[in-house]
Every structure is written in structure tokens, then in C-alpha cells.
Design a binder for this molecule. Structure first.
Ligand code: HEM
Ligand SMILES: [Ca+2]
Length: 297
């Protein structure tokens, strides 16, 4: 059973240490918040919040972080967790799991970019396995039909409304050209024509420069707000999966709802993030307190 005060005796400075670490990192590297929120999603959604995403590959094992869908996860998300872990191990050795650190760091970084606060439950333990081969088809792709993405969320107990709310994380951060550039051409793509033109322009050199990327939310790229939902009906969503939320009658009403009501979006996003943070959690002997976040003990 997870509790909000899990470390209050064993590591009383836990919350302070995470908060200090993430603020320092976010000030020097403002891409950290989006990087970490995506890292959290990619850790939790396939097989539970157990820090399996942080494990490095070895000669004998290709870990989750080296599967193709995770190669674009920015190093700054990993780095902020390693920094927090290092500071926490000095204060309270062998006590705090890496999965609890990701959970709290994600919540705190969300707040620093203007997003909602929610209580986090603690006491997760870290996985002892991380295998790229077990990830196949468990994370959504921008090119997936929306019905498939809905099925992926429903199979993990998330409603369509929760899926639309969680997609609001694309209010911040960026996407590499290869994730959308082939979709902006042609008719009936959902893109505003001038936006499509600008995207083609911005990505014109991407085969030579694969690092080229574009903000997910062109209006308020660094601020967590409901602009993502206001963009989509105007054809200003970046990924095909963002537009997809508006072309399906099951998801469209929630896009309109959140575009009108930021308070409701914040409330639903906070609740869905808390639910995601509890998904597939391991406790007791099903997990361990890793000494280093990138390796099994
Ligand atoms: C619903 C299906 C989803 C699809 C198809 C999808 C796909 C993607 C893709 C392709 C990128 C660009 C990655 C890159 O080029 O570096 C991205 C970025 C991002 N995604 Fe999603 N995503 C989905 C849902 C989510 C959810 C539920 C969250 C979190 C709750 C999330 C958080 C993020 C964030 C924060 C970024 C920006 C990362 C950065 O700036 O480093 N996404 N997503
Ligand atoms: Ca925004």
C-alpha cells in the first residue's frame, strides 16, 4: 500500500532534495520538464511505474531505453533523476526507490512550468528487469490509428477522457521532424495549410540534420496550459495523433471541453497523472531499492 508520507521518518528531506534538484536543473536546462514528463509516461505506461526505463543495456541485455521508441527520450530527463538519486543516497542511503524519485520529480517539474499540483503516493520499488523486446506495441505512435491508441489506453484501465486529458502533456516540449513531416503534405490531413507550409520549411533539412525539431504547442510552447486543445480545432496540432483526437467522435467532445475550460483540464490531468503514477506499481519482494538508477543491484 502506497502512502503520501512513506519516507517521512526514513528520509525526511526527500521532498526538499528533489525540489532543489529539479529547480536547479530546470533553470539551467528548461527542456527538462517536458523531457521528464515524457520519461515518466514511457516508464509507467507499458509495464508500470518501476523505473525500468532508467536501466542501461549490457552485453547480455538490450534494455527498454534502447528500444526505437525510446531513443528520442532526451538525456536531461535521465540526468535530473540521477542527480536527485545521488543527493538522496548521501542523505539516506538505500532507502528511496528510483521510481518514487521519477514520480515526485515529474510532479514538481509540472508545477514549475505552470501545471497543476497533485499528491503523490510513495513506496514503489524498482524493477529487476528491463527488456526492449517486451515493449513491442505497448506505447502509442503518432501514426497509429486512433482506435488502436484508445485500445492501448483502455487495456490499461484508462478511459477515453483520461487519454485525451493525458495527451494535454503535449502543451509543452517538442517533436523531431521525422515524427510528423511525412504527414503534413497532402489534403485532408487536418493541418492548417499555412502551418503545414511552415512545418515543411522548418524541417526541410531534416534528412541531413535529424536533430531538427518543432514545439508541440506553437502558441505557448513552454507553459503548461490548455492551449494544446485550442490549437487542434484550428489545424495547429503538431502530430497526426494530436489531430486524430479531433477527427474521432469519441475524443472530439473532450478536446472541445478542455479547450473551453482550463480548470477542468487541470483537475482531470492531475487526477489522470496520479492514476498513471499508481499503474503497475511493485511493492515488497516484487521489487528492490536500486543503489544506482541505471543498473539492477
Ligand atoms: C496519446 C498518444 C501519444 C503519442 C502518439 C505521443 C507521441 C509523442 C511523440 C512522437 C513525441 C515526440 C518525441 C520526439 O520527437 O522527441 C512526443 C513528445 C512528448 N510527449 Fe507524447 N505521445 C502521446 C501521449 C503522451 C502522454 C500521455 C504524455 C504524458 C503524460 C506525453 C508526453 C510527451 C511530452 C512531454 C513530450 C515532449 C518531450 C520533449 O520535449 O522532450 N505524451 N509524444
Ligand atoms: Ca502550452
Amino acid at each position: 500500500r502506497l502512502t503520501t508520507n512513506f519516507y517521512s521518518k526514513s528520509c525526511p528531506r526527500f521532498f526538499d532534495i528533489v525540489r532543489d534538484t529539479i529547480s536547479n536543473k530546470q533553470i539551467t536546462t528548461p527542456t527538462t520538464a517536458a523531457a521528464t514528463i515524457r520519461l515518466f509516461f514511457h516508464d509507467c505506461f507499458p509495464n508500470g511505474c518501476d523505473a525500468s526505463i532508467l536501466i542501461s543495456s549490457t552485453a547480455f541485455n538490450t534494455a527498454e531505453r534502447d528500444s526505437s521508441i525510446n531513443l528520442s527520450l532526451p538525456g536531461d530527463g535521465f540526468d535530473v533523476i540521477v542527480r536527485a538519486k545521488t543527493a538522496i543516497e548521501l542523505a539516506c542511503p538505500n532507502t528511496v526507490s528510483c521510481s518514487d524519485i521519477i514520480t515526485v520529480a515529474t510532479r514538481d517539474l509540472l508545477v514549475t512550468v505552470g501545471g497543476p499540483y497533485y499528491d503523490v503516493y510513495l513506496g514503489r520499488r524498482d524493477s529487476r528487469i528491463s527488456k526492449s523486446s517486451l515493449l513491442t506495441d505497448l506505447l502509442p505512435l503518432p501514426s497509429s490509428p486512433i482506435s488502436k491508441t484508445i485500445r492501448q489506453f483502455e487495456s490499461k484501465g484508462f478511459t477515453i477522457q483520461e487519454m485525451v486529458a493525458l495527451s494535454g502533456a503535449h502543451s509543452i516540449g517538442f517533436s523531431h521532424c521525422k515524427e510528423f513531416v511525412n504527414r503534413v503534405a497532402g489534403n485532408n490531413t487536418g493541418y492548417n495549410p499555412r502551418f503545414a507550409q511552415a512545418l515543411k520549411q522548418a524541417c526541410s533539412n531534416y534528412p541531413k540534420d535529424p536533430t531538427l525539431s518543432v514545439f508541440n504547442d506553437i502558441m505557448t510552447p513552454n507553459r503548461f496550459d490548455n492551449m494544446y486543445y485550442q490549437n487542434i480545432p484550428k489545424g495547429l496540432g503538431l502530430l497526426e495523433s494530436d489531430h486524430g483526437l479531433y477527427s474521432d467522435p469519441r475524443t472530439r467532445p473532450f478536446v472541445d471541453l478542455y479547450a473551453r475550460d482550463q480548470d477542468l483540464f487541470f483537475k482531470d490531468f492531475a487526477r489522470a497523472m496520479q492514476k498513471l503514477s499508481l499503474f503497475g506499481v511493485k511493492t515488497g519482494r516484487r521489487g528492490e531499492i536500486r543503489r544506482r538508477c541505471d543498473a539492477i543491484n
